[in-house]
Design a protein around this ligand. Structure first.
Ligand SMILES: [Zn+2]
Length: 436
């Protein structure tokens, strides 16, 4: 036998006869971190050495655009499903029912599957169905069941849980990294409730917001140290992003604040409304009153009113079955007060996603990502196919495109090569016979 042929035969025999080692088949793992309400430019007026370092060691997008509507639950669920809000139907932070007048605050929705499970599978479940092990730490939607399936491990944030404890932030980093190293999880989502809370309470320009950005920066430094300590640099990809930005709420005497009841009699004309919640409002007119409500609000200053079926296509909201017939979007910085000004927030969101103040961040690093790569802005909906690609799984139907983000990946896609199948080796062998 010619020596070349012997070598090929030996290679085929080895590959076919021996189970592939864990190292040969291992895929990279993925950690998705979201810092709620991290406006795209929050790192530009504060010293953030660790975020700056990420720009050199990985990928930064100039900014990203969240979906309409720019709220925590709808936007996070678009990131984890790759679907527009009209498709996944998580159309508000508050769970509501316009018929029964039920309204459930955001944190109490986190384990209410009937709010989250509308036929669209989030990435945790799709990945689990393809053999991966996934977990969610505080990430919105992680505590619900989807078609009867739960995320393998889900830690849900309790009502009243403090969002800004730096010691706990580090413990949470340790916890999820241990899930990767000790228990072989493949995909974990980790959520932090800041800088959103501070942005609401103090406004985006307050010194306290800058302090919390420094705290986030230190946490990212801690994360990177821990990744090195646990020897995960070559096997863990990390995406850091957020759900929306934040803007200063305009108040008297600078502006005349909106009070909707000045323009229409809410009690007489409406059977349901969700107002006093930032820049996005919804109303269900009483039977036969829809045009009257629409006309009245059309005359109100500093807001835009839409009939649901006439919402611009770019909002991707019109198809929603859950949204009531009337949707109101306030001009940037105006709150939609219903009857009185009971509203205390100094910062808010929920405004048009075209406003720069609603844009948010995207950073990524790890073995699959280029270094020192500045990406053009893109829509957050495209994060989903990127994550599926990184995890080497077949995506569920989605509205994103890998073409938007693939230029940030290493040229080989940054993926470890899939093991060569026996069939491929045999065909190589047959072609070798012709050569020999
Ligand atoms: Zn918020």
């Amino acid at each position: 036998m010619r020596p070349e042929l012997f070598l090929v035969l030996a290679a085929v025999t080895c590959a076919a006869g021996k189970p592939l080692s864990k190292a040969a088949t291992a895929k990279n793992k993925l950690l998705l971190i979201s810092f709620d309400g991290f406006r795209w430019d929050y790192d530009q007026d504060v010293e953030t050495p660790h975020l700056d370092r990420l720009v050199v060691d990985g990928v930064k997008a100039k900014y990203i655009t969240p979906p309409m509507l720019t709220m925590t639950s709808p936007s996070h669920f678009t990131t984890i499903t790759g679907r527009w809000v009209e498709d996944h139907e998580v159309v508000h932070n508050m769970m509501f029912n316009a018929t029964t007048n039920l309204k459930v605050p955001h944190k109490q929705t986190l384990t209410r599957s009937e709010w989250w499970d509308n036929g669209v599978l989030p990435l945790w479940i799709t990945a689990q169905n393809q053999g991966l092990k996934t977990a969610s730490f505080f990430y919105p939607g992680g505590g619900a069941n989807y078609s009867g399936q739960a995320v393998t491990r889900a830690v849900v944030e309790e009502v009243g849980h403090p969002d800004d404890n730096e010691t706990e932030w580090r413990q949470n980093v340790d916890t999820v990294l241990n899930w990767f190293t000790e228990e072989d999880f493949d995909f974990v989502t980790l959520y932090y409730g800041e800088p959103d809370n501070v942005g609401h309470a103090k406004g985006p320009d307050h010194p306290r917001r800058k302090e919390i950005i420094r705290q986030i920066d230190r946490t990212i430094g801690y994360l990177r140290e821990a990744i090195s300590r646990l020897d995960l640099n070559d096997s863990l990809n990390v995406i850091i992003t957020s759900d929306h930005g934040m803007t200063t709420v305009k108040k008297r005497p600078q502006v005349d604040e909106i009070i909707l009841n000045k323009y229409l009699n809410l009690i007489q004309l409406n059977s349901f409304e969700l107002l006093d919640y930032g820049g996005f409002g919804i109303l269900t007119p009483r039977p036969g009153q829809e045009q009257k409500v629409f006309d009245a609000l059309s005359n109100a200053p500093n807001l835009t009113v839409y009939k649901k079926d006439e919402i611009p296509e770019s909002f991707h909201l019109a198809k929603s079955k859950r949204l009531p017939p009337i949707v109101v979007v306030a001009d940037l910085g105006f709150n939609l007060n219903s009857r009185f000004i009971v509203y205390v927030n100094k910062g808010d969101h929920g405004y048009h996603n075209g406003e720069m103040d609603m844009k948010t961040i995207f950073r990524a690093f790890g073995p699959s990502f280029k270094r020192n790569f500045l990406s053009e802005p893109f829509d957050s909906i495209h994060i989903y196919p990127l994550m599926c690609h990184l995890l080497q799984i077949q995506p569920a139907p989605h509205n994103g495109s890998l073409a938007v983000t693939e230029n940030m990946l290493q040229h080989n896609g940054g993926l470890q090569r899939a093991p060569v199948s026996v069939a491929v080796l045999l065909s190589m062998l047959i072609s070798m016979f012709y050569v020999l």
